[in-house]
Design a protein around this ligand. Structure first.
Ligand SMILES: Cc1cc2nc3c(=O)[nH]c(=O)nc-3n(C[C@H](O)[C@H](O)[C@H](O)COP(=O)(O)OP(=O)(O)OC[C@H]3O[C@@H](n4cnc5c(N)ncnc54)[C@H](O)[C@@H]3O)c2cc1C
Length: 294
């Protein structure tokens, strides 16, 4: 069962600490590459410097800036366990300059890391809550460390549900791990836009699964990451179901450059996604989410 007050044996910080020098990139090497689904790979990275490796800590939901020399930098969520920060996994879809170059990388190749940056999922507020994690597509990557924490009971909650939506069954992320998550007491529900001959699960939207769930509005904390349209729909559904606005968290993705609120590329209304996010309480960003293209 998920509900437990047993402390985790693993080292896992509940709050973030500022990066000593946010401009400094630390050399790392790729030690493993795993193809998750078509076009999406996970890269396990190990920092080269022993002191930097020993000092590195992150909280689920935070991200690193990955720098490929001569190519550029991209913001990528840390998708491995926060209990083992000496190995940092990043799950990446090849969509542009840096991520396409990363898709050509091999085990042993160098990558430089700045980070960790950003606000995490509110792991210190989940005790005794019914936690509902909603991940659309690759959004689940930013939630994998959180789900790991729930599965290890490091975040002792009352119950945990993961709702994962994807376009097709072959696009469902981390499927081999769903078995372990279920074994740990997490209710994992998947839904696809379009099924295929082997698919016996539901077809539709993640909001359909929320509709079908009994939700106790006083106990739910909802943590959502995915395309903006999906997050808006999920947040509206949550409010319809009388879940208090302060219990709905969304993780935003915006093009990002400096990661330290200087360049303004990720400005979102008066906020900077790199510094004030990526994880926001819904009521702090609802009015800006409603503005197209912001
Ligand atoms: C907090 C955070 C966490 C993230 N986590 C992940 C993650 O875990 N995994 C992951 O795969 N991605 C993640 N991303 C997204 C990733 O940072 C972006 O996809 C990033 O742009 C990839 O860098 P790139 O150089 O490969 O692509 P880019 O070259 O920047 O291109 C990215 C996309 O933007 C388009 N684009 C680029 N420049 C322009 C332009 N001038 N005008 C219009 N469109 C343009 C491209 O066509 C492409 O579709 C995250 C982003 C944030 C902010």
């Amino acid at each position: 069962m998920i509900h437990s007050s047993a402390p985790s044996a693993a080292v896992e910080p509940a709050s973030t600490t500022p990066v000593a020098d946010p401009w400094r990139s630390h050399p790392a090497r790729i030690v493993r590459i795993a193809e998750e689904i078509a076009g999406v790979r996970s890269y396990d990275l190990v920092l080269g410097d022993a002191a930097a490796r020993a000092a590195y800590r992150f909280v689920p939901g935070q991200f690193n800036m990955l720098y490929l020399p001569g190519v550029g930098e991209a913001a990528i969520s840390i998708s491995s366990s926060a209990a083992t920060p000496d190995l940092l996994t990043h799950t990446v879809r090849a969509v542009g300059n840096v991520t396409d170059a990363l898709a050509l990388a091999k085990v042993g190749d160098p990558v430089l890391i700045r980070g960790p940056f950003g606000t995490p999922w509110p792991v210190d507020r989940l005790a005794d809550r019914d936690v509902v994690v909603v991940g659309g597509g690759l959004g689940l990557a930013s939630q994998r460390a959180l789900i790991d924490s729930l599965a290890r009971q490091a975040t002792a909650c009352r119950s945990a549900t993961v709702i994962h939506g994807a376009k097709r069954p072959a696009d469902l992320l981390f499927q081999p791990e769903h078995v372990a998550w279920r074994a740990a007491g997490i209710d994992v529900k998947c839904i696809v836009d379009t099924g295929d001959t082997g698919w016996t699960g539901p077809v539709g939207l993640v909001t359909d699964l929320l509709d079908a769930m009994p939700l106790d509005p006083q106990r739910i904390t909802l943590l959502c990451c995915g395309p903006d349209r999906m997050m808006t729909a999920v947040a509206e559904k949550a409010l319809e179901r009388l879940i208090p606005v302060e219990e709905v968290y969304l993780s935003l993705e915006r093009n990002m450059s400096c990661a330290v609120a200087h360049c303004g590329l990720c400005q979102f209304g008066p906020l900077f996604v790199c510094r004030d996010g990526p994880v926001f309480r819904h009521d702090t960003i609802a009015q800006f989410l409603a503005v197209p293209q912001l």
